[in-house]
Design a protein. Structure first.
Lengths: 219, 351, 838
């Protein structure tokens, strides 16, 4: 599903951040990328999401050669095919839980009735059935991150990207979030990439890679 | 004569009118009273001029009350009731030795009934509350001035003194240069003078001139000297001369009433000889304030009551002159009191 | 709160809000500057009038004054000869056109000897030649000029001055200057008799300056004088001139001042929204300070201080700006921007420190009040909640419909209050209440409107709607500013439009003749003699001429002047003047039919059917008020008489204007040319056709209101700038959200469009409410404020196109401003935005 080949990225000063990175993730597979702070994990993730450009190499998702799209093309591609989970949840405070979870459907022009149905299903899948009318501010951190997971998969993306999704959570909530994420990737048949510095979190993945010494290698 | 008025007339002359607009004074003039006490509006210029010396609780005071009438024929054609066909001027002054200089005030107005008029039937001339009027044979002068007030009755004690040839008084070589002119010497004065808020009873002797003319001025005259003296014992002396630029005499005349006889003197018989000059600290003008006047070979010495009797009215009427109370001593111990007028000493006046 | 702490906090707030703070201060400054400039111009004008009146009156303690065309000069002797009068000085006064056609100059005909007893400066001059003394003053061909007049007329002693009179050119020799009268303004002084003759006013004077005799009791003296005055001629104090001018210009002044206060009001809103937004943004900071031990009062005091600081900055800048502007305007346009109330030279610049301090203080007070309004909800801040909270909304906007509805009811009631001494306080109160109602209606109205907007599948619309709904406080603050400025602008636009259309229609009716000749387009020295009137009537092709005579006089017991318009009255003319009823009733007894203007109805209480007296030509004329008519040119009232009646009463056969009707079917251009040749025989007179006069009147109208338009535009631009900066701040605080949206697949352009949509929604809401409030305010302006201050009745006309443009512009500018704000917020990389923890 995701195929990254020969990716290279340098600091603006010229020092290489990483080079010759290859990564392939199959549909329904969750891959964790471990690494120290500053190793380039997030940059790799952003390049995969089309939010940053590589110096060399290609990114393909399904039939789409992501690295060849222009900026608006990338935005439209993300809207349709990518789901994000952030460390700081980033729910919109003025939308309800259901509206937050349904935001990708809204952006993709899914009709209201179908939207409602799919949001309900997504929220139920992360254990938040019946909380759709609440405001994000009234939820705990773990609940918020599970709403974020629901938002990441509600539009059945080809790619789900999570950047330190448990960084702001305690162990119990972290485990629940990782479980929800893993289940969602399996259920929707997406290629999942989880970036973290925590080996505990990485253990939830099907496969763990380490980004170190400018190379991506099995841990 | 009071040739200061000439200056005013000259100013008007410069403005306007043709000589033919004014009635001339001609030889053979006959005085006709009481009409000649009154105004002669057909003539260009006219004045009633009273001067005298008063005894008061404050000491001797000289006084002067003058009304001028001036005709402006240029305004005859303007139908406006404000048209300045006749102008009236009044000057009043008090010479107070204790004060050291003149107190004086003035009024100017166009003749405008009932505020300011010079009436024709008898002496009755006024500008607002300033007035000179002949009532029951006596003159009443009422002058509420700035800083002083005169309220005087002037009673004749002898007949009118006709000047010149029975009132026809020549002022120059040409017969038309003449005025109608009579005097009232030896007027007995009674009344009050208010100075510095004090009302003073006043008694004394005064002299009144009434003169009218349409053509007075010799072209080359620059000034004049005049005196009128009430002599002790009832006599009266009037003398004047017109001066040219060199100080020479252009014309002169004098009248002496003595012991019931009146004699008129020709130009050659009248001489003015300066004895002492006083320089004004204000204007820098040197005035011959002490004079000897020779009339028919007899010398009269005039001494001022005080030196500073200069009257500066340049801002309004354009004149600067010296008008002073004097005492006179004459031949054979004769004495008198009167007024001396000096003009044209402040440089040639520009017309 | 310590000074050091305050300084630290202030540094934070000012650095983060430089642009908004500047705008808020600018708005306060605009209001202060406008009010200050209006007041300074007016104070200077009154000061010049006062100085001039004082110097010319000299020692006079009373003045006798009559109608504009003067009174019989026999009154002078009657008054002057009274024992109660110490000095009386007659004055003929007129504005004579210069022969060169470049304006007019005031000519004083005086008796110099009388005048000098009150003011020696009339005699103490610098002559062309020295030493003539007083007699030269009587020279009929001589004039004495104040230095101001000499400078303006470029005349010098020895030169010639050429003026126009009814009998032709008046040539005067400049005999000298009157430096002591310089503060009297540009004056030409000549002998009264000469002036009467030269300007065809023999038998007439305009004034007598008096000094009463100290010996006579004042009351008795005044009674004795009044007993000798003809009707219409009255006694007044010399100082009354400035007072009377102040009365005449009060309406004009109060209106400009009200405009200034509205600018202040808008400024207050901007201060409010600036501080409120900032308070919202810094809520966590304040909560932290509270947690660290600062009291709620301390936070309040800090915000109030911030408001005061903005207010003081605005007030200082505004005062300086106002002074500079008034100074510049004085030099370029005179005291009233050319509105024609003051004839002064504009040489006096007399700022009134106390009033300026008051106006500045009002600016500061507005800002502080706005700040305090912000702090009230803030003091209820839940510290623990706020520390966690990331909401950026303003403190909750209060309420429901009760308050705005109550205010609207109060506004309606206030409109019926009677004016207080010519000032329509009820009207202004009503406007203020209506605006307050509109502002308070913003929150409930937006809520009600937003609830009714159906949810759609359009992602941007849904997002924008959700955002707008979620921040009602924010929305209300922004929308209020728009509402106030749109309401004021719309109200002024409606008022001006109504006025212009009414004036247009009125002019069309009033200018019912083909040609109009005016003897004195400037000044009042030239009139048409009966010979000229007959000459015009005799021109072949002329069907009829209507001579028109104007007089201005003070009816007995009236406070202000009244204009008498005497012209042949026909039903057609009455219709043109929108008279009610527009027909000539049969004469009732010996009373003369008269029609009175609406101002006369308001000010004198005259109404149709009344019998009134008017002091005409020194006699009491009995008039029967046949009806009313509309008059857009004289705010102090006018009365229309038939010319034949006027002439019979006064014996005055002169005319100021002549309306010329052409016979049907003639060659209009040829007849007009023939008429023009007759008019050209009167120096300075002008002849125009009706359409020219019509167009010129509208041009003058537009020029007069140009300043109003400019001020309104400035107010609305500032309000919009405030909205834009609100959006900028809001967008900045939402940049993480935009980052998330970009992650979720929105393009940059879509994020910017989202904000534009939100801005447009705020603009639409503001424009809608503003237009509604503006319509209400305009009704008050037209029917209450204008009616009471200018006594002009008119119908409301809606300028649909202008209002649509206004609304569209406001919505577009709001959208543009918001999208500009959005552009700045999405400039940063989305990946940084989501990491940003601020």
């Amino acid at each position: 599903m995701l195929a990254v080949r020969g990716l290279a990225k340098s600091w603006p000063g010229g020092d290489a951040l990483f080079a010759q990175v290859d990564l392939a993730v199959a549909a329904g597979e969750l891959v964790a990328i471990l690494g120290e702070s500053g190793a380039g994990k997030s940059t790799l993730l952003n390049i995969v999401a089309g939010l940053d450009r590589a110096d060399a190499g290609t990114v393909e998702v399904g039939d789409t050669r992501v690295s060849a799209l222009d900026e608006d093309g990338l935005a439209r591609w993300r809207r349709r095919h990518v789901g994000f989970v952030f460390q700081a949840f980033h729910l919109l405070p003025y939308l309800s839980v259901a509206e937050n979870a349904g935001l990708p459907l809204l952006l993709n022009g899914v009709p209201a009735a179908e939207r409602r149905e799919r949001v309900q299903a997504a929220l139920a899948s992360v254990g938040l059935a019946g909380r759709g009318d609440r405001r994000p501010a009234s939820l705990s951190g773990g609940e918020m991150q599970r709403v974020a997971v629901a938002r990441a998969v509600v539009h059945r993306p080809a790619l789900v990207l999570a950047d330190e999704p448990t960084g702001n959570l305690d162990e119990t909530n972290a485990a629940a979030t990782l479980e929800a994420l893993r289940a969602a990737v399996k259920r929707e048949g997406a290629a999942g990439v989880l970036v973290t510095h925590s080996p505990v979190a990485a253990a939830a993945a099907d496969r763990v890679l380490r980004l170190a010494g400018r190379r991506l290698a099995p841990a | 004569m009071r040739r200061r008025a000439l200056l005013l007339a000259a100013a008007l002359l410069a403005l306007a009118a043709r000589a033919g607009d004014y009635a001339p004074v001609l030889p053979g003039l006959k005085l006709d009273f009481p009409a000649d006490y009154g105004a002669h509006p057909a003539h260009r210029i006219e004045w009633w001029y009273a001067t005298g010396l008063l005894d008061t609780a404050r000491g001797p005071l000289g006084f002067q009350v003058t009304f001028f009438r001036l005709r402006n024929a240029a305004a005859d054609a303007n139908p406006s009731r404000f048209a300045p066909r006749q102008l009236l001027f009044a000057h009043a002054a008090i010479a107070d030795p204790a004060f050291g200089r003149l107190r004086h005030d003035q009024r100017i107005a166009r003749a405008f009934a009932p505020l300011a008029e010079a009436r024709e039937a008898d002496t009755d001339v006024f500008i607002d509350d300033w007035s000179l009027k002949r009532v029951d044979g006596r003159y009443r002068a009422s002058i509420p001035g700035e800083g002083f007030t005169l309220d005087l009755a002037l009673a004749p004690t002898q007949p009118v003194l006709a000047q010149g040839e029975a009132g026809y008084s020549r002022k120059g070589p040409r017969p038309s240069q003449a005025s109608g002119y009579y005097s009232e010497p030896q007027l007995a004065v009674s009344g009050t003078v208010t100075v510095d808020g004090r009302v003073l009873e006043a008694r004394g002797t005064a002299w009144l001139d009434h003169e009218w003319s349409s053509e007075l001025l010799a072209q080359d005259a620059v000034g004049w000297d005049w005196t009128g003296v009430n002599l002790d014992g009832g006599g009266a002396l009037m003398a004047f001369r017109l001066r040219d630029a060199a100080g020479g005499t252009l014309w002169a005349s004098a009248t002496l009433r003595e012991g019931g006889r009146t004699r008129t003197f020709a130009p050659g018989e009248v001489k003015f000889i300066p004895r002492r000059t006083w320089r004004s600290p204000r204007t820098g003008t040197a005035w011959p304030v002490a004079m000897t006047v020779e009339v028919g070979g007899r010398a009269w010495t005039l001494a001022p009551l005080l030196d500073d009797q200069e009257l500066d009215a340049r801002a309004t009427t354009g004149t600067l002159y010296w008008e002073g109370a004097v005492s006179a001593s004459g031949p054979g111990g004769a004495r008198g009191r009167g007024y001396l007028e000096l003009t044209g000493y402040a440089g040639r006046l520009r017309f | 709160m310590s000074a050091a702490l305050a300084a630290t906090l202030l540094r934070g707030s000012l650095s983060g809000n430089r642009w908004r703070s500047l705008l808020a201060a600018a708005c306060i400054a605009l209001g202060v500057a406008l009010a200050g400039a209006v007041h300074t111009l007016h104070a200077s004008a009154l000061d010049e009038i006062d100085q001039a009146a004082r110097v010319l009156a000299g020692a006079a303690d009373w003045q006798v004054e009559g109608p504009r065309n003067g009174f019989d000069d026999a009154a002078y002797a009657a008054v002057a000869s009274l024992p109660a009068v110490a000095v009386a000085s007659p004055v003929l006064e007129l504005d004579a056109p210069l022969a060169s056609g470049e304006g007019t100059v005031r000519v004083l005909g005086i008796d110099p000897f009388r005048a000098a007893r009150l003011q020696p400066g009339f005699l103490a001059g610098e002559g062309a030649r020295g030493g003539e003394g007083a007699t030269v003053r009587l020279d009929a061909g001589a004039a004495w000029l104040t230095p101001a007049a000499a400078a303006r007329l470029s005349a010098r002693p020895g030169g010639t001055l050429r003026l126009r009179g009814p009998l032709g050119e008046v040539r005067l020799a400049v005999a000298g200057l009157l430096p002591a009268l310089d503060t009297g303004g540009p004056l030409v002084v000549m002998d009264i008799a000469a002036a009467q003759l030269a300007f065809g006013r023999v038998g007439v004077i305009h004034r007598i300056d008096l000094r009463l005799a100290p010996s006579v009791p004042r009351e008795a003296a005044l009674r004795a004088i009044a007993a000798r005055l003809p009707p219409g001629v009255t006694l007044r104090r010399p100082g009354d001139e400035a007072l009377r001018t102040a009365g005449l210009t009060r309406a004009y002044r109060v209106n400009l001042t009200a405009l200034a206060l509205m600018a202040l009001f808008t400024g207050g809103f901007l201060v409010f929204s600036t501080l409120a937004l900032q308070a919202a943004r810094r809520r966590r900071e304040f909560a932290l300070l509270r947690a660290l031990g600062l009291t709620a009062g301390g936070v309040r005091a800090f915000l109030a201080m911030e408001g005061a600081l903005l207010g003081v900055a605005g007030a200082l800048a505004g005062t300086a700006l106002g002074l500079a502007a008034s100074r510049a305007m004085l030099e370029r346009f005179g005291y009233d921007l050319g509105a024609g109330f003051f004839a002064g030279s504009g040489r006096v610049f007399a700022p009134d420190a106390a009033a300026l301090a008051l106006i500045g203080g009002l600016g500061v007070a507005t800002a502080v009040a706005a700040a305090l309004a912000v702090t009230r909800p803030l003091s209820r801040l839940d510290v623990a909640q706020a520390l966690k909270d990331r909401q950026v909304d303003l403190p909750a906007a209060p309420g429901g419909w009760a308050a705005p509805l109550a205010l609207a009811a109060a506004a309606t009631a206030a409109a019926w209050l009677p004016p207080a001494g010519e000032i329509p306080v009820g009207g202004y109160l009503s406007i203020g209440l209506a605006l307050a109602a509109a502002v308070l209606a913003v929150a409930p109205a937006s809520r009600a409107l937003l609830e009714r907007v159906p949810a759609r599948d359009r992602p941007l619309g849904t997002l924008a709607l959700a955002q707008v709904r979620s921040l009602p406080g924010h929305l209300a603050a922004m929308v209020s500013g728009i509402v106030v400025s749109v309401a004021l602008t719309a109200a002024m636009a409606i008022m001006v439009h109504s006025f212009r259309l009414s004036l247009d229609g009125w002019l069309a009716g009033v200018l019912e003749a083909d040609l109009f000749a005016r003897a004195s387009p400037r000044g009042d020295a030239v009139v048409f003699t009966p010979a000229v009137q007959q000459g015009l009537a005799a021109v072949p092709g002329v069907a009829r001429v209507d001579p028109i005579r104007f007089e201005r006089l003070t009816p007995e017991g009236a406070a202000g002047p009244l204009t008498v318009i005497a012209r042949p009255v026909t039903p057609a003319l009455l219709r043109g003047f929108q008279a009610q009823p527009a027909e000539v009733p049969p004469r009732a007894g010996d009373a003369v039919n008269a029609w009175v203007s609406e101002a006369a109805v308001d000010l004198l209480g005259w109404k149709a059917g009344d019998e009134v007296t008017l002091p005409l030509a020194g006699r009491r004329a009995r008039l029967h008020v046949a009806g009313t008519f509309r008059d857009y040119s004289r705010t102090w009232g006018a009365v229309l008489l038939d010319l034949a009646d006027y002439r019979r009463i006064t014996g005055d056969a002169l005319a100021n204007d002549i309306a010329v009707h052409l016979a049907p079917g003639v060659d209009a251009a040829a007849v007009a040319a023939a008429v023009g040749r007759v008019v050209a025989g009167v120096p300075g007179a002008e002849l125009h056709d009706a359409s020219f006069i019509h167009a010129r009147a509208l041009r003058i109208f537009d020029r007069t209101f140009a300043a109003t338009y400019a001020l309104e535009a400035a107010a609305i631009l500032i309000a919009l700038a405030g909205v834009t900066s609100s959006f900028a701040a809001l967008a900045w605080s939402r940049r993480r959200e935009f980052g998330v949206l970009r992650h979720l697949g929105l393009t940059r352009g879509e994020v910017i469009r989202l904000l534009a949509l939100e801005g447009g929604a705020a603009g639409l809401l503001g424009a809608g409410l503003g237009l509604a409030a503006g319509a209400a305010v305009s009704v008050v302006l037209v029917h209450v404020v204008n009616r009471q201050s200018f006594h002009w009745g008119m119908a409301i006309h809606w300028p649909a196109a202008a209002l649509s443009v206004l609304a569209a512009a406001v919505v577009a500018l709001c959208a543009l401003g918001a999208s500009a704000a959005g552009r700045a917020a999405v400039a940063r990389e989305a990946v940084h935005a989501v990491k940003d923890d601020a």
